[in-house]
Write a protein that binds this ligand. Structure first.
Ligand code: PAN
Ligand code: ZN
Length: 193
């Protein structure tokens, strides 16, 4: 045991509740995004303004065992994305590109029904279905966003590089080349430039 105790590493006790999307432990961090935090994300500004700004859209819990920016480390987290719409556009994450575009990421879904949008540098968009047990590999240079197209929380776990970083500005400025709306009670992809 003495070899193990002297090895480099973290002694953090983190407990996961897979299906609830919960992580517990002193080092777990948490961040929530509410409607009021997401101005200009959704297409229908009037519909956005009509929703309670305190309404939660999604919440991320994660463990960073090494400082952000450390080369070669890993982060682990979970996102709980609520069901809902702004106008006819489904609730979604902001979406980002990793600041270090060589850094890939895994997502895996435990419950709910969603779409993972990945957009490459030429703005080609790929939409993958997220359902219980689906596993998704996000290429390092692809922007990624998740859309909840179901009527229950969409819960997915993720593992990404500690030196991946986040570029939100690119998506904030131009958005994705596809949005997901509800039409005739079904999700529909609408392509844009
Ligand atoms: C995820 C996302 C999380 C929230 O952990 O950060 O789902 O989405 P936004 O960051 O786009 O708001 C991830 O992709 N990390 O790299
Ligand atoms: Zn990411």
């Amino acid at each position: 045991m003495s070899d193990v105790q002297s090895a480099t590493g973290s002694t953090a006790a983190i407990k996961l509740e897979w299906n609830a999307g919960l992580m517990q432990g002193a080092q777990v961090q948490e961040s929530a995004k509410k409607i009021g935090d997401l101005e200009n994300l959704f297409r229908d500004r009037d519909a956005w303004a009509g929703i309670d700004p305190a309404q939660e859209v999604y919440r991320v819990r994660w463990w960073a065992p090494v400082p952000a920016g450390s080369e070669g480390g890993l982060f682990w987290g979970v996102t709980v994305l609520q069901p809902g719409k702004v106008g006819n556009e489904f609730f979604m994450t902001q979406g980002h590109i990793h600041a270090n575009q060589t850094r890939a990421e895994f997502y895996t879904t435990v419950s709910g029904k969603g779409l993972l949008l990945q957009m490459d540098r030429e703005r080609n968009t790929l939409a993958e279905q997220m359902t219980t047990g689906s596993l998704h590999y996000i290429h390092g240079q692809n922007a990624h966003r998740v859309v909840n197209v179901g009527d229950s929380p969409l819960i997915f776990w993720a593992c990404w590089g500690s030196d991946a970083g986040y570029d939100y500005a690119t998506i904030r400025e131009r958005g994705f080349s596809a949005i997901i709306i509800e039409q005739d009670a079904s999700p529909m992809i609408v392509h844009r430039s």
